[in-house]
Design a protein around this ligand. Structure first.
Ligand code: NAD
Ligand code: ZN
Ligand code: ZN
Length: 392
């Protein structure tokens, strides 16, 4: 089959790879009808996430039709139409029972490697490096779904792929980020990043009753999408984010802030970051916390910092002093997908939201994938989200 594969920093290709097969009784194989490129894929493409190997199949935002089911899988049958969450969960360990789905203790076959870095094994993720399991991803014609009797969500008739595809990751991610803000009707929330996650976070904050949302980015069409979602906006390139936020809120500041940018945020290196980068550049690229630091600074004392943005390893200097002194609360994590998929499907069914408004680029050829990765990364051609239909 055809699949998009990683071959080193900046090098994504469309290769022919072996078709996936059932390896365990709980597995299912799906024929991929739609898949998308995520900001997290850009971090992998950029070489920021360790333990990628040449030839790894990319992709973790995927849906499709079940074409084969393992003998122990009582939940799915051939022909079911499903959205596959990007986290793989066993449904049985203590973390799954607590609802901390992205912290599943059992599904990562390389859990010991992950425990060396993070202290514990965490849920395996599709298409996301070997430290998270080395599980082939869903930017492909077919996908093997391990533990497929837990994660996949069956989609009822009457909804298009584009309406429900983002239940695989970014809509639950944006919603969890908003939920982490513990929004009250008087609250103003500031969001760094108007990528797909940031824009859906604007919508989610309003679904949860926020009074005002202020979004920060510099790409005009992305700022425009945030405004379309109901936010007021600030262009960070004008250099006065903190001052502008204070003016807009009459000196009160946002009650909670969302960092929806992640480890490649743009900003000027501080002296400490420059020194740290020059010392470390021979071994790893230091991750960049510029947006995070602005968000920490902007949050009013006693407020909440919600961080869906991904960090993976060694990060440049973080404003922990401001964080501690102001008594902030930090909430983050890979998304606990299964908590949110069904309730958010119901919101889509009721017409409260249609997340497809962020899609700018579509293709029916996986061969277009490598070029579309560049377009999405470089924000060319007003690209805000790419959806691919590998079977046309
Ligand atoms: P994206 O790369 O499309 O968007 C990031 C946006 O941030 C861009 O529009 C960019 O212009 C903007 N930006 C860069 N520097 C900035 C700064 N200093 N201030 C304000 N904006 C800045 O990515 P996305 O798909 O929207 O994803 C956003 C983040 O969420 C990524 O880190 C991604 O890995 C992460 N993510 C996390 C989860 C999770 O489970 N926690 C799931 C999906 C995505
Ligand atoms: Zn993602
Ligand atoms: Zn589990």
């Amino acid at each position: 089959m055809k699949a998009l594969t990683w071959h080193g920093r900046g090098d994504i290709r469309c290769d022919t790879v072996p078709d996936p097969t059932i390896q365990h009784g709980r597995d299912a194989i799906i024929k991929v009808t739609a898949c998308a490129i995520c900001g997290s894929d850009l971090h992998l493409m950029g070489g920021f996430v360790p333990t990628m190997q040449s030839g790894d199949v990319m992709g973790h935002e995927t849906m499709g039709e079940v074409v084969e089911v393992g003998k122990d899988n009582k939940k799915l049958k051939v022909g079911d139409r499903v959205v596959v969450p990007f986290t793989i969960c066993c449904g049985e360990c203590r973390q799954c029972k607590w609802g901390n789905w992205s912290c599943c203790e059992r599904t990562n076959p390389n859990g010991a490697m992950q425990a060396e870095q993070y202290g514990y094994p965490l849920a395996a993720l599709f298409g996301f490096s070997h430290i998270t399991g080395g599980i082939p991803g869903g930017q492909a014609e077919y996908l093997r779904v391990p533990y497929a009797d837990v994660g996949p969500l069956k989609i009822p008739e009457g909804l298009s792929d584009e309406q429900v595809l983002f239940l695989s990751d970014i809509f639950p991610t944006a919603y969890m980020a908003a939920e982490h803000c513990e929004i009250k009707p008087t609250d103003t929330i500031a969001i760094w990043g108007c990528g797909p996650v940031g824009v859906l976070a604007v919508k989610s904050c309003f679904l949860l009753g926020a009074k005002r949302v202020i979004s920060i980015d510099t790409v005009p069409e992305r700022l425009a999408l945030a405004r379309q979602a109901g936010a007021e906006t600030i262009d960070f390139a004008e250099g006065k984010v903190q001052e502008t936020l204070m003016e807009m809120t009459q000196g009160q500041g946002p009650d909670a802030v969302i960092e929806a940018v992640g480890l490649e945020s743009h900003g000027a290196d501080t002296l400490i970051q420059k020194v740290a980068s020059s010392v470390m550049s021979h071994t790893v690229s230091l991750e960049r916390p510029f947006a995070l630091n602005q968000a920490i600074l902007a949050c009013r004392p006693g407020g909440i910092v919600s961080m869906p943005g991904v960090f993976a390893g060694q990060v440049g200097p973080v404003a922990l002093g401001a964080f501690m002194q102001k008594g902030l609360t930090w909430k983050t994590g890979q998304t606990h997908m299964i908590r949110y998929m069904q309730p958010l499907l119901e919101r889509i069914q009721k017409g409260e939201i249609d997340p497809s408004f962020i899609i700018s680029h579509r293709t029916t050829k996986l061969e277009d994938g490598p070029e579309l990765y560049n377009t999405f990364r470089d924000k060319k051609d007003h690209c805000t989200k790419v959806v691919m239909r590998p079977h046309g």
